[in-house]
Design a protein around this ligand. Structure first.
Ligand code: GRF
Length: 199
């Protein structure tokens, strides 16, 4: 039987699409839910167009009460009993309530070569530092932000005329290659990090 994958998004969902589109044929997993904290997330329509169940757990009514938000998040995910949860541009800080419930099942993509630049504005920070290589990382999700064990990294060159936007576009293309490759390995318990160089 296929492993069940839930994908959490907050925005356009291009990584979600790359994951969903990879789970065909002899892939050991299938997408069972795309969940967003944001009703306006563009990725919801993309998931629905692919015939995937979608849910929204809006964080706004729970302002100041992360526990109640995560209770609802856990309950919504419990309904589809995911074996793996892919965080794909899911822009919420999560606490033990969620993290303990799904321990060992969560992976995340981050648009930097971690441990460099956890958090936001990764591309501007890479340019500011004069880095010649940038990229993205898929890692297990743990309590520390953007810091769980690394499962894979893809590097891209930084061009001399890059802006944060042009660099983000190049890194995002790399994300679309890296994340499906890591998910496929994670599904069969292959945790040794993979490395890609994308030119
Ligand atoms: C990606 O760059 C991801 O690494 C970051 O947020 C962005 C989400 O893009 N965490 P998308 O919604 O997958 O298009």
């Amino acid at each position: 039987m296929s492993l069940r994958v839930a994908i959490l998004i907050s925005g356009g969902g291009s990584n979600m699409v790359s994951l969903v589109d990879s789970m065909t044929g002899d892939h050991p997993a299938r997408p069972v839910l795309v969940l967003s904290n944001n009703t306006d997330a563009g990725g919801l329509a993309k998931a629905a167009a692919r015939g995937i169940k979608t849910s929204v757990v809006d964080h706004r009514p729970y302002k100041g009460d992360r526990k109640a938000f995560e209770t609802e998040l856990n309950a919504t995910l419990d309904e589809v009993a995911p074996d793996i949860i892919c965080h794909a541009g899911f822009m919420r800080i999560l606490t033990e309530q969620y993290l303990d419930h799904w321990q060992g099942k969560m992976i995340n993509i981050h648009p930097s070569l971690l441990p460099k630049y956890p958090g936001l504005n990764t591309h501007a920070r890479a340019l500011q530092a004069g880095d010649t290589m940038a990229g993205c990382t898929v890692h297990e999700v743990t309590a520390e932000l953007d810091a769980g064990p690394m499962l894979g990294q893809a590097q891209v060159p930084v061009m001399t005329d890059d802006t944060p936007e042009t660099l983000a576009t190049r890194v995002l293309k790399a994300e679309h290659q890296l994340y499906p490759a890591v998910l496929r390995r994670f599904a069969v318990h292959e945790y040794a990090p993979i490395h890609m160089n994308i030119v």
